[in-house]
Design a protein around this ligand. Sequence first.
Ligand code: PMP
Length: 457
Amino acid sequence: MAIPTTGDMTPNPRAESSYLLKPNLSTNYPVVDRGEGPYLFDTAGRRYFDGSSGAMTANLGHGLKEIADQMAAQASTVAFTFRNQFSNVAAEELARKLCQLAPGDLDRAFFVNSGSEASEYAIRMSIHYWKERGQPNRTKILGRLTSYHGMTMGALSISGHAGRRPDYGPLLHDFASVPPAYCYRCPFGLEPDGCATECADAWETAIAAHGADNVAAVIAEPIVGAAGGVLVPPPGYFRRLREICDRHDILLIADEVITGIGRTGTWFASATEGIVPDLLLLAKGMSAGYTPMAAVLVGQRIVDVIAQGSGSVPFGHTFSANPLSASICASVIDYIEHNDVLDNVNARGAELRDGLAALSQRHACMVDVRGRGLLWGFELVRDRASRRLFDAALNAAGELVAACLDHGLVVYPAGIAPLNNAIIVAPPLIVTTEQVGELLAKLGAALRDFEAGIAAP
Ligand code: PMP
């Protein structure tokens, strides 16, 4: 940018607008200047109820003093050490906490900076593991059609959501081919009470199609978030997937970027079926949005193979395991433990579920309320009986999000491509009963506006 010299009175063309490049060039984003609990405030003085915790991330709400104090204390102690030169007390402590909370032999943690990097690391780690075991052909990582694992090229290759996977041509592999566990729109045309988890068996079909000897790992979210609008698999799905992986000696990667660290009422959603993945990804809620940080928890049996082989795991990034971020994440876990946050998730989650179900009774367009803990989704349909979607041109999910915003409520548009057909409601895990009521009242008002605006068939 040319800096105006003295006497140059040409007005800077951007002086009144923004230099920040934002995802949608034609949208005027509100500019936030502060947050408190589940609320955000913009520079125009408007208050927003953060009903989706941003992108299911700000799990402890905004402006938490305990976290800010820990941040300041760590920053003035030591903020950065480089992973190839030192370990550090904060990262050691965070790894210990996570591995002690995690199931089975997930006894090692590698730190990166985003969910996408966690996916990339898991891809590299899986391929590395098979090389160490003398099977270098095992390089494929299979994923599901309705899934999202990140925006970097490897993570996109294992993500199946067409709308999130623009055509980057030969840079992407076609690894996401398994039909989703999507009960409301079952890809096998079944209803939950007449199904034998065909969607889980579909993994075996895909493994056979790619050749088990070429497959390093499979990746799945215990509950699909943004790519499906909260898809809860049928009971037994992950146990079946674990069996299939064991039979073919394929690693199972659980992407708990959204579900991990309490969002669904347990520390890890994969624990719901008692399975132990070989690698487990964490991001978003691990830092509750207070710093960019992510983790890959790695099974000890993988580390043992590498220890007996080359002895070195794939690299990380410059900021991997930096003490400042690690201490913030450790304080997030402490906060959850010391304030009975998981109990709150289960109690407030039941209130939210009941309230959403009641709204669905009143609003014919709102169907299939689904979720667990404080992660809920529902779909928008033109016709309940046939489950027919609104015409894409109406941008129904976008319209409802806008109507919510008019009432000061932020919710998250999600669902199947090409256009979102679902809404995610996932407030911070510290919401009170009164705040759940406030969220539901705002959503109810927005649904009334939405129906009035979009009602004509
Ligand atoms: N995995 C899942 C399940 C996600 O929802 C996301 C982000 N929405 C990612 C991975 C990628 O995380 P990030 O945006 O931090 O790179």
